[in-house]
Design a protein around this ligand. Structure first.
Ligand SMILES: C[S@@+](CC[C@H](N)C(=O)[O-])C[C@H]1O[C@@H](n2cnc3c(N)ncnc32)[C@H](O)[C@@H]1O
Length: 140
């Protein structure tokens, strides 16, 4: 294993996650940048939303790969902002990205394993029901 336990890695999360084996993490608690223009020392918190969500998709893919089947990922983000007629809802978008990532992973798995199973009922309810992000801190 490339990563040491009980050690703090101060580096890009994608670099750190790339060192983590599959199905390894029980719990992730994270507060990613919100892309609302906070003045950080080294990070630009005001990028194009496409760039932001493309990057979000990368770390979510890595979290799906590294999280155990019964693990959990807790993401602190904001529900929505903007005017009532022009609301932007990052948490909902992240939920959508996570569902697509999960569906692609399951589709790939079934494609690779389809010869081993005579009749497989795709457990798509995994991504369709019950696994949306929870939006309450007390459910952590
Ligand atoms: C919303 S803040 C979270 C702050 C944190 N909860 C704390 O109390 O210090 C987002 C943080 O993510 C960091 N960040 C931005 N891009 C990152 C990346 N690729 N990998 C790891 N951290 C990153 C930013 O520098 C910022 O400190």
């Amino acid at each position: 294993m490339e990563i040491d336990l009980n050690k703090i890695y101060n580096e890009d999360c994608l670099v750190t996650l790339s060192k983590v084996p599959d199905n390894f993490i029980d719990l992730t608690v994270t507060s990613p940048p919100y892309n609302i223009g906070i003045k950080y020392d080294v990070y630009n918190d005001n990028v194009e939303w496409k760039e932001y969500y493309d990057w979000t998709k990368e770390w979510i893919k890595e979290l799906f790969r590294t999280t155990k089947e019964d693990g959990r990922v807790c993401i602190n983000h904001y529900l929505s902002c903007g005017q009532p007629n022009n609301r932007h809802a990052p948490l909902m978008k992240i939920n959508e990205i996570a569902k697509k990532v999960a569906r692609n992973i399951l589709d790939d798995w079934f494609e690779k394993n389809k010869h081993s199973y005579d009749a497989v009922e795709e457990p798509l309810e995994y991504v369709e029901e019950g696994n949306d992000f929870l939006v309450f801190h007390q459910n952590l």
